[in-house]
Write a protein that binds this ligand. Structure first.
Ligand SMILES: [Zn+2]
Length: 194
């Protein structure tokens, strides 16, 4: 295994271990509340992993839907549907997600998961009792290519400005094989690269 594939594997393992909770969270039912079990689904808190390997920067965000949407149930009104559309638009608008300084980085691909299956259609079927605790997670993955990777100075995470529900984002990174982590908040959301 060469160094690059080893780094990618490490990143994938970290990402997967953090994301293993997603299916169980989205299926959370009256039996238990995941928010207090694993610390993975905490309202106000997001997880952001990023890796830089040569010219490629990958950023992945995992967050309770409430941080970006304001609720975690399937939209049941036009107003909630509008919120969902706006959130998806924002997640696809790079200027509202990240800002690179230096590096000449361009978005290669993005992948946003919408937990509300029949997207953008009203679901009038209420399931379960009104006392049921429902949680939903949103994940967003972005891949960038930087023409001048050694010139990339900082990545400004703009999620706090774009979405009102974030209090904290736990960030882990691997840059050219070195690992680290940081806690981001409204006052400190600049990732230093070089
Ligand atoms: Zn929740």
């Amino acid at each position: 295994m060469n160094i690059i594939s080893h780094r990618l594997l490490t990143f994938i393992l970290i990402t997967c271990s953090l994301w293993l909770v997603i299916p169980s969270v989205s299926l959370a039912d009256a039996e238990h509340d995941h928010s207090h079990q694993h610390g993975a689904h905490v309202h106000g808190v997001g997880v952001l992993n990023w890796i830089m390997d040569g010219e490629i920067v990958q950023i992945s965000l995992q967050s309770p839907a409430i941080n970006m949407l304001g609720f975690e149930h399937a939209p049941s009104s036009e107003d909630e549907l509008q919120h969902l559309r706006l959130m998806l638009d924002n997640l696809n608008d790079m200027a509202k997600i990240v800002q690179f300084t230096g590096g000449e980085c361009e978005l290669l691909s993005s992948n946003i998961t919408n937990p509300f299956k029949k997207t953008l259609q009203l679901d009038n079927h209420e399931e379960g009792s009104s006392n049921q605790v429902i949680h939903a997670e949103i994940t967003a993955e972005y891949q960038f290519q930087c023409q001048q990777p050694s010139q990339l100075k900082t990545i400004n995470i703009k999620l706090f400005d774009t979405f009102s529900g974030f209090e904290r984002i736990d960030s882990q990174w691997i840059v050219d094989g070195k690992q680290g982590g940081a806690t981001l908040n409204h006052h400190s959301h600049l990732l230093k690269v070089h």
